[in-house]
Ligand binder design. Structure first.
Ligand SMILES: *Cc1c(COP(=O)(O)O)cnc(C)c1O
Length: 236
């Protein structure tokens, strides 16, 4: 039986990988620069299992409790999985993120960074963090202004239990490719500036199912893909 017959998620993953490769080739970027994060929010562990069978090891979750349950479900898995927290983070949930996840993409204020730093268990590697930037979505309360990146980066860089790995953005929904590209390019410029000061900052997390090619063209190093891999989400 072919992969597609017994594992639609595996087939979807293959398609997404091909789209990433095509987008990278169009802008002459090495494919190794781009990590695919499979966003499994609202999807059962059995779907994650299918993605793992198809070779996917990096997963993104938006809801703390749901993510922690999946992390526990797959604890000890070999090869190791990496779990990325990509949802809005309230301070009363920071401990669960610090104790369970490998990455947090949504650090957008000092208080959250301080809590994650204090709550990261000593036995674990430092938590990889990204600063979330509010690049275009004025309606969103998440993310800081471009002009505030420097100050927060400086503070995070002093925290021993966090590693500043880069920037993340969720732009406002936009269907026009050129306009998607323009917004992502602003992020790329901010990322280049950040990297001048923090050489360990190697990650620019941007691009979802509907804007992935533009994100890659602008320089994304990590695309966060849910729908194209796992299908539409049911929030009912
Ligand atoms: C849900 C979500 C994604 C995945 O979005 P799709 O459009 O399903 O690919 C990526 N990033 C964040 C922050 C999300 O909340």
């Amino acid at each position: 039986m072919s992969l597609s017959q017994h594992n639609a998620i595996g087939k979807n993953l293959q398609d997404v990988r091909e789209k990433i490769a095509a987008a990278a080739q169009r802008c002459e970027r090495p494919l190794e620069e781009i990590t695919l994060l499979a966003v499994s929010k609202t999807k059962p562990a059995s779907d994650v299992e299918k993605a793992i069978e198809a070779g996917q090891l990096a997963f993104g979750e938006n809801y703390v409790q749901e993510g922690v349950e999946k992390i526990a479900h797959f604890a000890g898995h070999q090869p190791a999985l990496t779990w990325h927290f990509i949802g809005p983070l309230q301070s009363n949930k920071s401990r669960l993120v610090a104790e369970n996840f490998d990455w947090c993409h949504t650090v957008d204020r000092l208080k959250i960074a301080q809590r994650l730093n204090e709550q990261r268990p000593a036995g674990l590697a430092p938590l990889n963090v990204l600063i979330q930037v509010n690049i275009s979505d004025e309606a969103s309360k998440s993310g800081i202004a471009l002009s505030d990146i420097d100050a927060l980066a400086e503070q995070i860089s002093q925290m021993p239990n966090l590693v500043l790995r880069g920037l993340m953005a969720i732009p406002a929904v936009e269907t026009d490719y050129q306009r998607q590209l323009a917004v992502f390019t602003q992020m790329r410029e901010a990322f280049d500036a950040l990297r001048q000061r923090y050489p360990q900052a190697d990650t620019l997390s941007m691009g979802m199912t509907d804007d992935m090619p533009a994100a890659i063209a602008a320089g994304s190093t990590m695309v966060r893909i849910g729908t194209a891999i796992f299908g539409a989400r049911d929030y009912a």
